[in-house]
Structure formats: C-alpha cells, structure tokens
Design a protein around this ligand. Structure first.
Ligand code: AMP
Ligand code: ZN
Length: 469
C-alpha cells in the first residue's frame, strides 16, 4: 500500500486514486531561459522515482509536464524583468531560440540521469487558446478584474486561498509589500495576473497573442491550470513540484482551477525539498549552481548523482558536496563491480518463493512508505550481502532497478577487461608486496589507480576493479 505526504492535508496518507488503476500526475516543468542545474535535477529525479513507484504498484500512470516557454517575470509577483527576454539578451538569441536551446538542454540533462520522459509534454506557447478559455471562465464566474495593465484574479473572492501553504494572508501581504508592485490599480497585493496587456512596462514584449481583451500574453500560473486540466481533467490525482512553489504558484493554481470548475483540483500535492550548495539554495539567480556537464567533466558518471539523490529523503534538504558525490560514485562502482561477476539473470518460474522474495517486499515497503529511498537502497545492499543464489538476487535486483533507475542491467555478466599493461603492474605489485616492500607496492597501487583501476587484496589474490576519479 502506497503512502504519500500530502502538502494539502499536511499528513502522510494512503494513496487512493480517483479512478484506479489510472493515475493522472502533473509536474511543473522548467522555465527555459537558462541552463538546467543539478538542483532542478533533484526535483525531476524525485518525480521520476514517484512515477516508477506508482508503476511498480501496477497503476497506469499518465504523466503530464509543461514547458514554460512564454516569457515570465523574474519575480512571482508580476513585477521585474521578463525572464525569457533577459535570457535572449544575455545569450544574443531570439526569445524563441532561447526557449528551444534550453528546452533541449533540459531533456539532455534528464536523459543522462535516466529520467523517463513524461507521456505528455505541453508547451505554454502551444496552449494559449486553452489559457484564454480558462480566463474567460473565471471572468464569467466573477473572479477577475481589469486594470490598464492586466487582468487579475481577485483572491478575496476565493476564501480558502491560503489552504495549501497554511500561511495567514497577512503574512503573505507583508511579503508582497516589500516587493515593487508596479500596478497601482491592483486591489490586493496577492492578486495575480492572468493576462498582461502590451502597455507600459510591456509595450515592447516580444511574445504576444491576440485575445478577446486585445494583444497580450498569459501570466505564468494560468498555464499549469489550463494544461493540467486539458490533459488530465478537472480533478487530478497528483501534482508535483519543488517546495518553492507552495506559497505562490501552486496556491494560485488551486485558486484559479477551483474557481473555474467548482471541483477540487488536486487530491495529493507532492513537494520536493531543495538541493543546497554550501548550505544555500542552488538557483539560477544566485549563480551558485552546477550543471550536469560539469559533473561529467570532473570524471563522474551522471548516474552517481542519481544514486546520491536516492540516499536522501525527498522531503529533506540535501547539501551537495563533491565529497558526497564521490562517495555515491564509489558505492555505485561497488554495486556495478559486484554484478559484473554475476551471470545475466534468468527468471525461472516458481523462483519468487525463494528467500530473496522477502528483500523485494522490504524494498517495496520502504519505497511505498512515502518514498523512503534511503531505506530501500539499504535493502539492496542487505540482499547483495545475503547468501541467496546469485541468479535469484539478480532478477530481484533488476526489478528493484525499475524503481532505482541506475541502469544496472548494463553491467550483468560483464567482467572488467583489464589491459595488459595494467595486469603487468598488478603482477609486479603482488610480487613486491609478497617480498615485504610495501612502499613500492603502494607506489604501484597509485600508478594502477591513475590508469583507472583499483586493487582489492583478497585471500585468493588481488581483485581488480574499475574506478572513477
Ligand atoms: P524553474 O525552472 O525555476 O521553474 O524550476 C523547475 C523545478 O525545479 C521547480 O519544481 C523548482 O521547484 C525546482 N527547483 C529549482 N531549484 C531547485 C533546487 N535547488 N533544488 C531542488 N529543486 C529545485
Ligand atoms: Zn506549474
């Protein structure tokens, strides 16, 4: 039985989808005006793990993700510079080129981490019609007002506006006031724009569409409501995103969706905690982020980053350090080296009653317990160390890897091919070691390591393993 922490109820709840075995899951996608960093990747690996766990529980998942390619403002609060135009200026490209370039970069980064592609990828610029339709509905239901600059959602018309964040409105008000509120005609600081007109600050806005209210462009929040409901219906099972989206973006999504349909928008809200660097949030604006290319350039396997993410619970902050990545890489190497010595698993009928079945159950129970992946990973190691047969361990590990996503299937039965020059050094080291010249033996070990191999001394002789870094 799968249990999930629901931000809306602030409790761990039993997962009961609206129409089992179907599950509709919506994920807020990237704003494609800059490079994807490993902080984003933590959130998307988290979504991927959730989806794989749902699939392991035999749900039929329809996963929808948007791409925010309409220009949006640097601040959530309708003020400041347009992100896409800022990106275009910085990189000397058109806004459309910027969006395409960073979208491609986003998916390349996702692929290196073995993140499954969503079933539907919806671009905001391809769904302006749907957004206009939703705004018209909100207008008809009496939730909007118009100023010279924009159409706003009036949050006082939606009494449960802060139900997701649990914040008091006064707290939000203080936050919003410290920002530059550019539209003096706005009624409440928390009201948010549904549609901007091409006037004043935005008179040169490049991305623009015609609408019943004249030329303009949609606000950020409306795109997710419009696209989530377009592909998954008025009420959806799971909506995911990073914790930063709770107080503004997701709060606004609920308000505008429920105001339009009168139905509950999302049953389970799942939020991922941040990846930090040196104790601070890793973010595009702070420029303290790493990209997956930098991880690869330093000689790490991107899957080691996925392994690192698995070692922390998704609702806990994770502080990224190179040392922790190295530890994850070592653990991954050990796992791969172990199964290199195993034959490719063949599933025999009746084998599930073997004593490895208990490990699968423990693993799934951990994963189902609000995605306790650190515990699930511990079960993997427990099973490897157990005295079950290699063949039965092998196929259970393959099942586990359907959730872990570490591409372990590529390593079964593939012993390392040690080049002749390395083998000669290994033999030489063994001789000097036996003769008691440990200093020389140590030098040779270092030389071997610099060639990408590591020696493990065992009672039956030296065992050679590959090493990264
Ligand atoms: P953005 O492109 O900024 O809208 O971010 C895309 C997703 O990545 C959102 O769900 C964010 O909450 C999430 N995100 C951004 N920064 C981080 C971080 N440092 N750690 C984890 N998730 C993040
Ligand atoms: Zn969103």
């Amino acid at each position: 039985m799968l249990k999930l922490y629901n931000t809306l109820t602030k409790k761990v709840e039993e997962f009961k989808p609206i129409n089992p075995p179907s599950v509709g899951m919506y994920t807020c996608g990237p704003t494609v005006y800059d490079y994807t960093h490993i902080g984003h990747l933590r959130t998307y690996v988290g979504n991927d793990i959730l989806r794989r766990i749902l699939e392991a529980n035999e749900y039929q998942v329809k996963h929808v993700m948007n791409i925010t390619d309409v220009g949006h403002l640097v601040s959530d609060r309708d003020s400041g510079e347009d992100k896409m135009e800022k990106g275009a200026k910085q990189f000397g490209k058109s806004v459309w080129e910027v969006a395409k370039f960073f979208e491609d970069y986003f998916f390349r980064s996702q692929d290196t981490l073995n993140i499954k592609r969503p079933n539907v990828i919806a671009k905001a610029t391809d769904h302006v019609e749907e957004q206009i339709k939703l705004i018209k509905k909100l207008e008809k239901n009496g939730f909007t007002y118009i100023t010279d600059q924009a159409i706003y959602f009036d949050i006082t018309k939606f009494p449960t506006y802060t139900k997701l964040s649990g914040q008091r409105l006064e707290e939000k008000e203080i936050g919003a006031r410290s920002d530059v509120v550019v539209d003096k005609q706005k009624k409440n600081p928390q009201d948010f724009a549904l549609w901007f007109f091409i006037v004043g600050h935005f008179k040169d806005h490049v991305m623009r569409w015609s609408s019943p209210w004249g030329e303009g462009f949609p606000g950020w929040h409306i795109e997710c409501s419009a696209m989530a409901m377009e592909y998954l219906g008025d009420s959806i099972d799971i909506h995911t995103g990073g914790v930063d989206h709770i107080p503004v973006h997701h709060t606004n999504e609920i308000a505008q969706s429920e105001a339009a349909t009168g139905k509950p928008f999302v049953k389970y809200w799942v939020h991922h905690e941040f990846l930090l660097v040196d104790g601070e949030k890793m973010s595009k604006s702070k420029k303290n982020f790493y990209r997956i290319d930098e991880i690869i350039q330093k000689g790490f396997d991107p899957i080691a980053l996925r392994y690192l993410f698995l070692t922390a619970h998704y609702r806990d902050k994770l502080n990224f350090t190179w040392k922790s990545l190295q530890a994850a890489q070592n653990a991954l190497n050990n796992l791969r080296n172990e199964i290199r010595q195993w034959e490719v698993p063949i599933r025999l009928s009746g084998q599930s009653k073997d004593n490895v079945g208990q490990f699968w159950q423990k693993f799934l129970d951990a994963a189902n317990n609000d995605l306790n992946m650190p515990q699930a990973v511990a079960v993997v190691w427990e099973m490897i160390a157990s005295d079950a047969t290699i063949s039965s361990k092998g196929w259970i590990l393959l099942d586990m890897d359907k959730i872990l996503g570490l591409r372990l299937d590529e390593y079964f039965g593939k012993p390392i091919e040690v080049p002749e020059n390395v083998m000669k050094l290994v033999e030489q080291r063994e001789q000097v070691r036996k003769s008691g010249d440990f200093e020389k033996a140590d030098k040779l070990r270092k030389e071997i390591k610099s060639l990408g191999f590591e020696i493990e001394d065992t009672p039956t002789g030296p065992n050679v393993k590959t090493v990264v870094n």
